[in-house]
Design a protein around this ligand. Structure first.
Ligand code: GCW
Length: 706
């Protein structure tokens, strides 16, 4: 009687163990044993030793990290006891910049070796991660001729994490930073976080939210930040904070935070000295000022440049290289100018007034991370001011972590978008990397999608967005598809056919979300507060937080009028784009209703009326999610059951969400269009009121009460 029980127990335990193993925790750093033959192709196991060549040849903390990753990765994959790692000195090579690296084949004592050469220890670490990536992808380490140099200096994650553990627009649990345990207790997860960040070549993290709490700047909290910074430093990651503009009042006991007040200046000066005592390589601040209720220099009649320079000066004192990333996400509901014009209006007159170590941090769109918007016209409009792009990795408007939306395609579109400010080729990528206007210092930010969920990002497929952001921060010219291929190979290690299917699924997913939520250039028609699901009917309160402000639907038609007949926001763009987007003959369908208010019977390129096209796009979005589900079903057995089922469940949710968007929006807009749904578009299951009454209480990531 005993034996079967034992076997049963073993089966249960073993089953549980393997289920736990595929919980997504390992991200793209899986390092599974390679058995000589991979799913994809024959693989010749590299036998080489590793030579780490730096200008100093020292065994620094970062080099130790590189060694530990080799042991954890290479040895495990190759089933080796210990790869030989030699650290040697090498003359600096200007071609590699600060963080770049070269991978070369060399012979040491008659033995084949791979040399990772760089000008900094961080560069060596990035090179080691590339070696590991290549081995994971079964790429040969022979005939190596790799030189890789990041185009952007400061490659940052921005965490919107509050001190109480809540993550604003976070859909993967709570904050990774356990402030109440710090500085004494160090969660091992901090190291795993740092490994993941460094593996992508990211080199900075802003650990607190832009909706800032001044407490983080108090001595007790600075000790906690310093403990985190110590962990991150060993992985080449610098720590940054957000600065609450009114901190001199809230924690400094002053009566004002006016940047012209000498006591305020002295306070920041001393505070920044204190920060550097705790964190000698402190990176600087991100500041959200005079936006959505945050305090700022306007409270004292001073402009953004004066505001930013107040912090910039002490950050550059004594040879420090701290920076200020001053956000351009500013708009004021008391100003009745079209919201999408306001940042440009506030910042363009300030060009040339910002200190050298200030960058203006601009969201890709002038509104707010919509599934698609025209790019922010502020890009390139202040040639003397350093500008950087802020992308949102967390899916605030693209289905949170319930829905699959690969954002690599969206960011490729953004980074390669031509602004024409200096003629053709003036892309947002070249503005962000500083080359267009000849700026030395450059930075890029992505709002993180990480949290305490075991798989880090809530939806396993959302790991691809963290990955894609990191890769694009390193090289904004990489293609979304090549990044998706890498990620899918590293993450699932499936056969070639299955990998192809996963990549295709990723590649079309963002457009699918656009189709079922905000097609044809519609924007900001989501539910209020938590921003999940449809809400074209949202009205009341400040107008720029309502939906009709943006869709402008009425019996004559639909769309935001941003040409001369309306807000004329289009005038903020280069003449080439004004001509392209202002003209109905040439404006792409994707931006049609972003710029134009058009009659319901307007004839589209497809030959359909605008109303029919709108209905058709919503239906198409639903059909595409159904196709995604079929594709996923067909992957059963090609990837592990745990993650297969995880995604399968979420795709079912996504189909229901797509149907809800379609039905809610079409019923709502039909009140104005007064036209029937065209053939081929499914009839809604409920009346409009049903959708209006949907109330998602306690949706994660929303700071207000639900
Ligand atoms: O998109 C909006 C979000 C806010 C966010 C703000 C910002 C951190 O709804 O939650 O606040 O943007 O970027 O400052």
């Amino acid at each position: 009687m005993k034996k079967p029980r034992l076997i049963l127990a073993c089966l249960l335990v073993c089953g549980a163990v393997s289920a736990w193993a595929e919980d997504g925790y390992r991200l793209w750093l899986r390092y599974d044993r390679i058995d000589g033959q991979s799913n994809r192709n024959e693989y010749r196991r590299p036998t080489q030793a590793l030579i780490l060549a730096t200008p100093t040849g020292e065994e620094s903390a970062i080099i130790k990290s590189a060694r530990s990753e080799v042991a954890r990765g290479l040895d495990k994959m190759l089933g080796r006891k210990q790869t030989k790692v030699h650290v040697v000195t090498h003359a600096p090579d200007p071609a590699l910049g600060e963080d770049g690296y070269a991978l070369e084949n060399v012979t040491v004592d008659g033995e084949a070796a791979v040399r990772v050469r760089a000008n900094s220890d961080a560069g060596v670490l990035y090179g080691v991660f590339e070696v590991l990536r290549r081995v994971q992808m079964r790429e040969s380490l022979e005939e190596l001729d790799v030189v890789s140099v990041p185009k952007i200096d400061r490659r940052l994650l921005n965490h919107w994490d509050d001190l109480n553990g809540f993550v604003e627009r976070g859909y993967a649990g709570f904050s990774l930073w356990r402030w109440y345990e710090l500085p004494e207790i160090l969660d091992p997860r901090y190291t795993d976080y740092a490994r993941a960040v460094a593996s992508l070549g990211l080199n900075g993290t802003v650990v607190t939210s832009v909706n800032a709490n001044a407490l983080i700047l108090t001595p007790d909290y600075l000790k906690k930040v310093a403990a985190l910074a110590d962990v991150f430093r060993a992985w080449g990651i610098r720590t940054y904070l957000t600065a609450r503009y009114s901190a001199p009042i809230e924690i400094g006991g002053l009566e004002t935070a006016d940047p012209f007040d000498p006591a305020v200046q002295a306070w920041w000066d001393a505070k920044i000295d204190e920060i550097y005592e705790h964190i000698p390589d402190f990176g600087g601040f991100v500041v959200k000022a005079n936006s959505e209720g945050q305090p700022g220099p306007h409270d004292y009649g001073r402009d953004h440049a004066v505001g930013a320079n107040l912090l910039a000066e002490p950050l550059a004192k004594n040879g420090r290289d701290g920076i200020v990333m001053w956000r351009a996400f500013v708009y004021d509901f008391e100003d009745d100018t079209d919201r999408v014009k306001q940042a440009y209006n506030q910042f363009v007159p300030l060009d040339g007034k910002f200190a050298d170590n200030v960058l203006v941090q601009i969201k890709n769109g002038p509104l707010d991370f919509m599934p698609r918007e025209a790019f922010s016209p502020l890009f390139g409009a202040t040639p003397q001011t350093k500008q950087m792009v802020e992308l949102q990795i967390t899916q605030e408007y693209l289905g949170a972590s319930l829905e699959l939306a690969y954002l690599g395609t969206m960011w490729e579109e953004v980074l390669q978008q031509d602004t024409f400010v200096q003629g053709e080729g003036s892309t947002i990528g070249t503005i962000t990397d500083g080359t267009l206007h000849g700026h030395e210092l450059s930075a890029i930010a992505g709002v993180a999608n990480t949290g305490t969920d075991r798989n880090w990002t809530g939806h396993v497929m959302a790991q691809a967005n963290w990955y894609a952001f990191g890769r694009l921060a390193w090289d904004h010219e990489l293609g979304a598809r090549e990044i998706a291929i890498e990620w899918a190979q590293l993450t699932f290690d499936a056969n070639a056919k299955a990998t192809d299917k996963i990549v295709n699924l990723l590649m079309s997913s963002r457009e699918t979300v656009v189709n079922y939520s905000m097609p044809l250039g519609l924007h900001h028609i989501m539910e209020r507060g938590h921003h999940y699901g449809p809400g074209p009917w949202v009205e009341g309160g400040r107008p720029d937080w309502t939906s009709p402000y943006y869709h402008q639907a009425d019996t004559t038609g639909i769309g935001a009028d941003r040409v001369a007949s309306g807000s004329n926001a289009i005038e903020q763009y280069a003449p080439e784009l004004q001509a392209l987007w202002g003209n109905l003959e040439t404006v792409p369908d994707e931006l049609l209703l972003w710029f134009h208010h058009l009659p319901w019977d307007y004839e589209m390129r497809s030959g359909r009326t605008l109303w029919n096209e709108l209905a058709f796009r919503y239906q198409q979005g639903v059909d595409e999610v159904r196709a995604m589900r079929e594709t996923w079903t067909s992957l059963r057995g090609d990837i592990d059951a745990e993650r297969w089922d995880h995604v399968r469940q979420r795709l079912a949710v996504q189909e229901a969400a797509a149907i809800e968007w379609r039905d809610a929006c079409l019923l709502y807009f039909q009140q104005f269009s007064k036209r029937p749904l065209p053939d081929g578009v499914e009839l809604p299951a409920h009346d409009l009121q049903h959708y209006i009454d949907v109330n998602r209480r306690y949706f994660p990531g929303h700071p207000g009460d639900n």
